[in-house]
Write a protein that binds this ligand. Structure first.
Ligand SMILES: C[S@@+](CC[C@H](N)C(=O)[O-])C[C@H]1O[C@@H](n2cnc3c(N)ncnc32)[C@H](O)[C@@H]1O
Length: 251
């Protein structure tokens, strides 16, 4: 029996409408609603997932030297800023959350590079991008095949695409996409794409997979848990992959 397409087996982890679940004290929000709130603290509160991703992804990236780099769902421009420092020739970041972009535009290098747009309808010319990154956002995308097709459209032949995200197995281990806002836990609505879905959808869109990593937290992240008084959770959190990274080349 063939496996259903990601479109048909896609499961929304939480309803995208706002549900105030008073019993658990958790407010569940859509990706845009949630990130508008998270924008206030996103760059200030150290996050071990981002630290693990940076130390794993950075050595895999090609040189940004004079390249046209596109950061899809750039948030406050974490990766775009790094790539500009590495000498990117042209840099564009797009995101749906206006408030994440407002924070990003406060960074001098990013003031003029950020555009509010949907990753599934990129305001970028066809076959122009040398390097695209989409970090911690694939599981917010409703139609993965349209999203992959849009990235395939804008990348030039031979251009590189890197995806990173929360590892799908994290959900089974009880991990949730949460952050704290004004004393409340906010949980973000997302879709549970498997790695198999991602590999297959991007291959169908014309991408060749060139690298993949599924790292666990390591000693480098222990201090993040200590700082939050959660060192007791560290050993358990190390017990399985925390994130994945997939690198592709546009065929
Ligand atoms: C967890 S943040 C990651 C931000 C940044 N890439 C980083 O790694 O620091 C996820 C971002 O995805 C954005 N997002 C979600 N769905 C999107 C879509 N369809 N198009 C563009 N941005 C989207 C959200 O607004 C949010 O800023």
């Amino acid at each position: 029996m063939s496996r259903p397409s990601p479109r048909s087996n896609r499961r929304l982890i939480h309803d995208s409408s706002t549900i105030d679940n008073g019993r658990e004290g958790i407010l569940r929000l859509s990706a845009v609603e949630a990130h508008d709130l998270w924008s206030q603290t996103y760059d200030r509160i150290a996050n071990p997932l981002l630290a693990l991703e940076e130390r794993t992804l950075e050595p895999l990236l090609p040189k940004a030297d004079r390249a046209f780099v596109l950061d899809v769902a750039c948030g406050t421009g974490r990766w775009l800023e790094k790539l500009m420092r590495q000498g990117a020739g042209c840099a564009v970041g797009i995101d749906l959350s206006r408030k994440m972009l407002v924070q990003g535009r406060r960074k001098p290098l990013l003031e003029r590079c950020l555009v509010q747009a949907d990753g599934s309808a990129l305001p970028v010319r066809t076959c122009t991008v040398d390097l695209a990154i989409c970090s911690f956002a694939v599981s917010y995308v409703r139609e993965l095949d349209g999203f992959a097709g849009e990235l395939a459209r804008v990348l030039r032949s031979g251009g590189a695409l890197f995806l990173s995200d929360f590892h799908p197995s994290g959900y089974a281990r009880g991990w949730r996409r949460c952050f704290r806002h004004e004393g409340r836990v906010i949980e973000i609505s997302s879709f549970d794409y498997s790695l198999h879905d991602i590999r297959r959808v991007f291959a169908a869109a014309g991408f060749k997979r060139v690298c993949e990593a599924q790292p666990n937290f390591g000693e480098e992240e222990r201090s993040f848990f200590q700082a939050r008084g959660k060192e007791d959770l560290f050993a358990q959190a190390c017990n399985g992959p925390a994130i994945y990274i997939c690198g592709f080349v546009r065929a």
